[in-house]
Write a protein that binds this ligand. Structure first.
Ligand code: GLY
Length: 366
């Protein structure tokens, strides 16, 4: 008996399923087995996740006749690097992974992005399965095929679009998540509602601090995945509307770059969501009432609604703007921002007035 559901994602590379909910691992096993005809799965994970979930996953695989071999990386964002990708591809070669094999990424966004990128380039491309263990990676990064590493020039600066062949987002993995990580992951669910699902926002707003109860969180997670799957199906390589999924992220990446390791990605996104709505009000495109509702809900959900609520003191507005100038969405010297006409109606603004943005950042940070 399972409460898991399958959400299809259609892409140029083919169609795959995201199994999400309680029992997703069991429900996804037949498909997983079909993807690994050799009968031997290589599981890429990190030291933290291995301690919590590796035994259970290996047992589940054994129960359907799959042997498995773990490749265990150190935990942490520093693995998303040229050095990390070199060690991982060496380890895959050492484990005898061949061109027709499918590898498994068991972990959060770092393991998913790193393993996906290794799968994109190892032997010029092999298959991979995402088994996301954090709410953030279940709601966002495991779906849609963005893979990559960080470089000196910025986060996710080198990477590839490489779609997984299956995603298994089991809610059991979330039971061991620290509360701070659960909250941070929720920011990506809220983001989906704010971009294009006003009805979902109304439900989340009504739940208030209760959004983290499984009865509210699981259906909201499924809605966010469905929302993303639809966008990815229409715009896999981010030629247009997929950029909407970056609502709040241009601000967020600047905060994270200023304070590496101190702010969780989802916390930075939460602050960025609040700011995107306030900036939309400043531009005269959104009602102040909507921005207030967004901030109030962020606070109800114990998330930061702006830079002053982020850990570590105040930010320098001109440094933030400089960081925002280097965002991947930009072209030339202009800054592209995702703004909103209302809750559930986001749009892409390719020509932000950078002088006014600086004034806004100054007001937000002091
Ligand atoms: N995380 C945004 C995207 O997948 O496009």
């Amino acid at each position: 008996m399972t409460d898991a559901i399958a959400i299809p994602v259609s892409t140029g590379a083919g169609r795959y399923e995201v199994w999400v909910g309680d029992g997703a691992l069991q429900a996804g096993l037949p498909r997983l087995k079909a993807l690994i005809p050799s009968g031997r799965a290589v599981i890429v994970t990190d030291t933290n996740v291995a301690a919590l979930h590796l035994d259970a996953v290996q047992k589940a695989l054994r129960d359907v006749g799959l042997d498995s071999e773990p490749v265990i990386a150190s935990a942490g964002e520093s693995q998303k690097s040229f050095a990390g990708i070199e060690s991982l591809t060496d380890a895959l070669a050492h484990a005898g992974v061949e061109r027709r094999d499918t590898i498994l990424a068991l972990g959060g966004g770092v393991i998913g992005d790193l393993t996906g990128f290794a799968a994109a380039i190892y032997k010029r491309g092999i298959g991979f399965v995402q088994m996301p263990t954090t709410l953030l990676s279940q709601a966002d990064s495991s779906v849609g095929g963005k893979t990559g590493i960080n470089t000196r020039a910025g986060k996710n600066m080198v990477g590839a679009f490489h779609q997984p062949r299956l995603v298994i987002a089991d809610s059991q993995f979330l039971t061991t998540l620290p509360e701070r990580e659960l909250r941070a992951g929720y920011a990506e669910i809220l983001k989906a509602a704010l971009i294009g699902d006003a009805g979902l926002f109304t439900k989340l707003e009504a739940a208030g601090a209760g959004v983290y109860s499984p009865e509210t969180l699981q259906p909201a997670l499924a809605s966010a995945i469905r929302f993303k799957a639809d966008i990815v199906a229409r715009d896999e390589k981010e030629a247009g509307e997929r950029a909407l999924l970056n609502l709040g992220h241009t601000f967020a990446h600047a905060f994270e770059a200023e304070r590496p390791g101190q702010i969780a990605h989802g916390e930075a996104v939460a602050a960025g969501l609040g700011m995107a709505f306030r900036y939309s009000v400043r531009m005269g495109v959104c009602s102040p009432q909507d921005a207030k509702r967004v901030s109030a809900h962020l606070r109800d959900a114990s998330l930061p609604d702006g830079p002053k609520a982020l850990a570590g003191g105040s930010f320098d507005a001109s440094r933030l703007r400089e960081r925002m100038m280097h965002d991947k969405k930009n072209s030339g010297r202009s800054i592209t921002l995702i703004l909103a006409k209302s809750i559930g109606d986001a749009f892409i603004e390719p020509n932000t007035d950078t002088d006014d943005l600086l004034r806004f950042l100054d007001a937000e940070t002091t």
